[in-house]
Ligand binder design. Structure first.
Ligand code: IPD
Ligand code: CA
Ligand code: CA
Length: 278
């Protein structure tokens, strides 16, 4: 049903999921990265190695952008770039909270070809292929139908430097919760997007996301009939600073609330990864 690239993404996510499931709840090495409470465990690295190894065995000429190892491979025009978050929700994993995922996407010529998000503990596999729809464990999924932000159910997240309130993200959060709208913060942006895609949430917003947090989830939402933009309603690409992903029906309403708080500056530090060919 899916093409070779998507099947390879699925196989890689399942292999990595097995490793994370085995490691979950055991004792393992945890280190700190840049930012406050930004952790990395030995399982982030083991998961990433198995994913890259598996993809390379099928597609030796492809290139990679993976959270723990950065850019690898030599890109030429039209190269396929794999964007990988081997463990999205590391802080949850490190605290034995069973909410985390693996996120794998393939991108070519500014187009996301496929996106896979896997929650190994629940064995929930979300797969999207460009033009073919989005699926949860083989069943087609669609975004929710709700068209009123005030009765919506939303999810968000915060960057690791939230303590310095970049882009006014604390005010963004306040502007939604003060309307009495229920908001969750799960700690895995890839899952947040997958849950918008299958209608569990009506919308998601966050700033300063990394390409590996969202590449797969964006395609899931789009293929499930939803919409992904910046706060100012402009098209979102992987180096943009603000993201809103919704069922489409509440999109304008949430954009209007969040953009009123103001944030037009695109200073995502990861932008250089995406200059040029991708
Ligand atoms: C984080 C999660 C979290 C989001 C952060 C991300 P990590 O990724 O996706 O939900 O709020 O912005 O950095 O560090 O667990 O891979
Ligand atoms: Ca992540
Ligand atoms: Ca990660």
């Amino acid at each position: 049903m899916f093409n070779k690239i998507t099947n390879c993404a699925v196989e890689s996510a399942l292999k990595a999921g097995k490793i994370l499931k085995e490691g979950f709840g055991t004792s393992f090495i945890i280190s700190n990265k840049i930012g406050k409470n930004n952790l990395v465990t030995e399982f982030d690295k083991r998961s990433e190695s198995i994913i890259i190894e598996n993809i390379k065995s099928v597609f030796p000429g492809h290139v990679f952008l993976a959270e723990e190892s950065g850019n690898t491979g030599i890109a030429t025009s039209g190269s396929v770039l794999w964007i990988i978050d081997p463990l999205d929700g590391t802080v949850n994993f490190a605290h034995s909270l069973p909410i985390f995922s693996i996120s794998i996407a393939a991108v070519q010529n500014k187009e996301i070809l496929c996106g896979v998000v896997y929650h190994p503990i629940l064995d929930e596999l979300f797969v999207a292929e460009k033009g073919k729809g989005a699926f949860l464990n083989g069943k087609e999924i669609k975004v929710s139908n709700s068209d009123d932000l005030e009765s919506g159910f939303l999810v968000t997240g915060f960057p690791y430097n939230v303590n310095s309130n970049p882009c006014g993200c604390i005010e963004h959060f306040v502007s939604i919760i003060q309307r009495g709208i229920p908001v969750r913060r799960l700690g895995s942006a890839a899952l947040d997007l997958a849950y918008v895609a299958c209608g569990r949430f009506d919308g998601f917003w966050e700033i300063n996301l990394n390409p590996w947090d969202v590449a797969a989830g964006i395609l899931l939402v789009q293929e499930a009939g939803g919409l992904v933009t910046q706060y100012n309603k402009e098209k979102y690409w992987l180096d943009d600073q603000t993201m809103i992903a919704t069922n489409g029906k509440i999109h304008k309403q949430i954009c209007d609330v969040l953009s009123r708080c103001g944030c037009g500056i695109n200073n995502n530090p990861l932008t250089p990864f995406f200059k040029g060919e991708f």
